[in-house]
Design a protein around this ligand. Structure first.
Ligand code: PMP
Length: 408
């Protein structure tokens, strides 16, 4: 008898299971709208030209070696990442009350932040949007939080934000609860609060003494302008909130597998910085000891060089514009086909994903009959669309809406 006899098989991770099913499918027009990664207009993964040229420079730079990095990453990298989020001239950085720690991509930043809040501050309760990225809850519970609650976010009827529900649920949260907020390009709905709504949220979070934890997985990728996409975090920082913010360079640099991230900590004053830094150092040390260098070298070089940075800005413009154009084309095709319902939300939503409003039965129909793969929540990755498959996808959605019972 094996000592492992009692281990039960865990449930599959939907997005990866979907990807495997897609790869095993031999249907010629199969389409992958599941996984959250950018695809170019030929449906291929895209290495940003500025990333490629920087990699080549790094590979041939004899002065670079493979010694360990500092436990919290290099200052050059963490300062560039933190400035990208909070702004080049952020007073919080200048006053040394905001600093960054290199992390294992966005997930690692969320986990390190959650570990810190649970283990060092004794935080127990967190709130996340309903729906949210499927990993938020698991990451926070694994870090030691005891209670994960949802706040209302999506209004299925309106196909937009249920703002009154959102505010009401925050108002009902206990003092000190950690509130996970998507900085921009909310995953999976593609719907972000307006600036006026963010101001109201800040008011509630302040008056109820809640603790904001921003998740920035798509900065620059949403509007094409990293400053615009960071507006919400910057508003909170300007208004003297203490907060944490997780950053990922997976999407906006296309560095998915290199796991480049940053956790920013914003405090009232510099007085707490040294203690917090030392505790984060210990948490990293006991988890994976030191961060990987490859991806962070690329990000650091690009962000710290004005010419390379401009090339990167051009790349994120191109990616975000392609997505915006696909949104418009999908909506136009659905309208041309006279697909029942209102499809304005496709163009109103922002970022990589669209929450189509298709139900589980319709999603099953699309996978089985059209070999179009999407999450059962109806979320599609807009980057999976291109001029070669958009008509096919629109036709599939038309059939799903007209042939499949739309009651859930
Ligand atoms: N947060 C959100 C909202 C995400 O969508 C993702 C990626 N899908 C992440 C965090 C984590 O991304 P990564 O760990 O790949 O940087």
């Amino acid at each position: 008898m094996s000592v492992f006899e009692s281990i039960e098989k865990g449930p599959p991770i939907e997005v990866f299971a979907l990807n495997r099913a897609f790869l095993e499918d031999n249907f010629p027009q199969k389409t992958n709208l599941g996984v959250g990664a950018y695809r170019d207009e030929n449906g291929k993964p895209w290495v940003l030209p500025v990333v490629r040229s920087t990699e080549i420079k790094i590979a041939s730079d004899e002065s670079i070696n493979h010694e360990y990095l500092p436990v919290c990453g290099t200052d050059l990298y963490t300062t560039a990442a933190t400035k990208l989020l909070l702004g080049e001239d952020s007073p919080a950085i200048a006053e040394k009350r905001a600093f960054g720690v290199q992390t294992i991509s966005g997930t690692g930043a969320l986990r390190l932040g959650a570990d810190f809040l649970a283990k060092k501050l004794g935080k127990k309760v967190f709130y996340y949007s309903e729906p949210t990225w499927e990993n938020h809850r698991a990451v926070f519970l694994a870090a030691g939080f005891e209670t994960g609650k949802t706040y209302r976010y999506w209004d299925q009827e309106k196909r937009g934000i249920d703002f009154d529900g959102f505010v009401e649920d925050l108002n009902g949260a206990p003092e000190g609860a950690v509130i996970i907020l998507h900085t921009c390009a909310h995953n999976p709905t593609g719907c972000d609060p307006t600036q006026e709504q963010w101001k109201k949220l800040a008011e509630v979070i302040s008056s109820k003494k809640l603790f904001p934890f921003f998740d920035s997985a798509y900065q620059g990728f949403a509007s094409g302008d990293p400053d615009k996409d960071a507006w919400a975090v910057r508003y909170f920082v300007e208004n003297k909130f203490e907060l944490l913010a997780a950053q990922s360079f997976a999407k906006n640099f296309g560095l998915y597998c290199e796991r480049v991230g940053n956790l920013t900590i914003v405090q009232k004053s510099e007085a707490t910085a040294a203690a917090i830094h030392s505790q984060l150092t210990l948490l990293v040390r006991m988890t994976y000891s030191n961060p990987p260098a490859y991806g962070s070298r690329i990000v650091s070089k690009v962000l710290n060089d004005p010419k390379l940075r401009q090339e990167w800005m051009d790349c994120i413009q191109l990616m975000s514009q392609r997505i915006i154009s696909m949104r418009k084309q999908l909506r136009d095709h659905l309208i041309a086909l006279k697909t029942p319902g209102n499809w304005d939300h496709i163009t109103q939503q922002i970022g990589m994903f669209s929450y189509t409003g298709l139900n589980e039965k319709q999603v099953k129909f699309l996978i089985e009959e059209y070999h179009i793969y999407l999450l059962k929540s109806g979320r599609i990755n807009m980057c999976g669309l291109n001029p070669n498959n958009i008509e096919y996808v629109a036709k599939g959605i038309y059939d799903a809406v007209t042939k499949v019972d739309n009651t859930v």
